[in-house]
Design a protein around this ligand. Structure first.
Ligand code: MLC
Length: 478
């Protein structure tokens, strides 16, 4: 009998109201935790009363970027929640896990291990952050600093990377001046073909989009991904988000609109960057015995069938090689083996999409597209959405003024919530949205986003600059 997800709580998303007091990450997390505890009970029609804080034997939190609680986040959250008082001296395990955006999936797997091997009946995983209510300057001051990590050969990097530094300065950056320049080279690839180097000390702000840009240009040069295929990812995610009740913006964007948005890096516009929003989410993992003891409804439980993790470099090195960014594929292979599930047995996929290249590589890593074929996979889906594809798209709803038609969920069973590029990204929270959407799909309550008959789902989280990968495979209990 496997550990299972018994409760999910997701707060509304927000971009921060002018003049309103911004919430703290911890306050949002507590809101999400309350929602998850109540959700475990199954809602108003269920006989179960849900769970109480005191029922939690463990709590895992992910660090926040905008909060002041920068030390032992999980302890800060547990303290603010009153967890230790509520537990009245019973053993409680509280841990902070830092693998960036891979955190929710890695924490889900850690929670499952705590349930299976550390004597915990139930463990909460929580994450929340408030980049949406920060000014762009405040956000970038922290986000840029977070990614100024030492890469290999720190003393020689600057000398080794003149091509990128000059490219990056041509693109302007946002803090550096002509941020709206559209004149940067978008041909892809560095002067030496596939060698696209990143010296994060000379990469302009915003640092994270510019570092991902290095990998995107490598992917273009190495695998023939086109500039338009990158933009199609962002467009498809806005189309997916247009059906999600929490989406702040429901207007799908075409490739043309994506490409004409503000340029922030040589091959990235603002619409191709994870969207800053405030939000928090919580999930509760429990043992089957705990769930039975507390009368939690079996029909809503989602089993953690297996998982895998792997890591890569903290920043793109001087020469990207074919094997350097294998962590997503390694984590996926480990997860499939652990779960005893093949890619063909997965019906729904939440794939991390902080930037289009992450999503394209994820399609290949999990086996939806062959190596180097992620761009073409995206292009086929976009063309179906743009053309109506023989009436298939029309079945899912009418065509709007933008000329795109929502794809039937069974034709594109990926990120039906819209991912980071469509729904939004509260720093390390987004893979929680991916988990929440997978749970919705497996419970069969995803409404017009429902993939018919979804019984198994895969969730992939990515941390840093493709530096940490975590993959979980989930399944219906009944
Ligand atoms: C904004 N937009 C939205 C939206 N928010 N669309 C839909 N839904 C939302 N919630 C649209 C705007 O209308 C605008 O479109 C465009 O997106 C840009 O918004 P903006 O407000 O003008 O941009 P702003 O946020 O101020 O700055 C853009 C940015 C910044 C690119 C500099 O967003 C950024 O740095 N993003 C990256 C964040 C990041 O690095 N996250 C971590 C990713 S790595 P239009 O048409 O008007 O242009 C990761 C791994 C890890 O995830 O470990 O963390």
């Amino acid at each position: 009998m496997l550990p299972r997800i018994v409760g999910v709580g997701v707060t509304p998303l927000s971009q921060g109201a002018a003049g309103a007091a911004a919430p703290t990450p911890t306050a949002l997390i507590l809101q999400a935790l309350r929602l998850a505890l109540a959700d475990a009970g199954g809602g108003a029609t269920s006989a179960s009363r849900g769970l109480q804080l005191s029922d939690l034997d463990g709590l895992i939190a992910l660090p926040s970027l905008m909060g002041s609680e920068q030390f032992m986040m999980a302890h800060a959250v547990a303290g603010a929640a009153g967890l230790f008082e509520a537990r009245q001296g019973r053993r409680t395990i509280v841990r902070t896990l830092d693998v960036g955006g891979a955190g929710p999936v890695a924490a889900l797997l850690m929670a499952a291990r705590m349930v299976a091997h550390e004597g915990c009946g139930s463990v909460a995983v929580v994450a929340g952050d408030t980049p949406g209510s920060a000014t762009l300057e405040e956000f970038l001051a922290r986000a840029d600093a977070a990614c100024r990590l030492p890469g290999p050969e720190p003393l020689t990097r600057a000398a080794a990377t003149p091509a990128l530094a000059s490219r990056a300065s041509r693109s302007g950056g946002l803090a550096g001046g002509s941020g709206s320049s559209k004149s940067a080279d978008t041909s892809g690839g560095g002067g030496s073909g596939v060698a696209a180097a990143a010296d994060q000390w000379t990469v302009p702000s915003p640092v994270i989009p510019n570092l991902y840009d290095v990998i995107a240009r490598w992917q273009m040069a190495r695998h023939g991904v086109t500039r338009e295929q990158l933009a199609m990812v962002a467009s498809l995610m806005t189309l997916q988000a247009s059906r999600h009740p929490l989406a702040l913006q429901r207007r799908p964007r075409t490739v043309k609109q994506v490409l004409s948005s503000r340029q922030v890096a040589p091959v990235a516009t603002a619409l191709e960057c994870a969207k800053r929003v405030d939000g928090a989410a919580a999930i509760i993992v429990a043992s089957p015995a705990f769930a039975r003891q507390h009368g939690l409804p079996e029909a809503r439980a989602v089993e953690v069938l297996g998982g895998g993790e792997a890591s890569g470099p903290p920043v793109p090195p001087a020469d990207i090689t074919d094997t350097m960014y294998a962590s997503a594929a390694q984590a996926a292979a480990a997860a499939f083996a652990d779960a005893g599930v093949a890619p063909g047995q997965v019906h729904y996929w939440s794939l991390y999409d902080c930037f289009p290249v992450c999503f394209i590589r994820a399609l290949e890593a999990v086996g939806l597209a062959p190596e180097g074929g992620g761009g073409r996979y995206v292009e086929r889906a976009y063309k179906a959405a743009a053309s109506g594809d023989g009436g298939a798209a029309a079945r899912a709803g009418g065509e709007g003024q933008h000329g795109l038609q929502a794809l039937p969920p069974q034709d594109f069973p990926i990120n039906t919530h819209g991912g980071l590029l469509g729904l939004g990204a509260p720093w390390e929270v987004p893979a929680m949205h991916g988990i929440a959407e997978a749970v919705s799909q497996l419970r069969g309550d995803a409404g017009d986003r429902q993939v018919p008959g979804a019984r198994r789902a895969l969730v992939y989280g990515n941390g840093g600059i493709l530096s940490a990968s975590a993959v979980a495979i989930l399944g219906r209990c009944n």
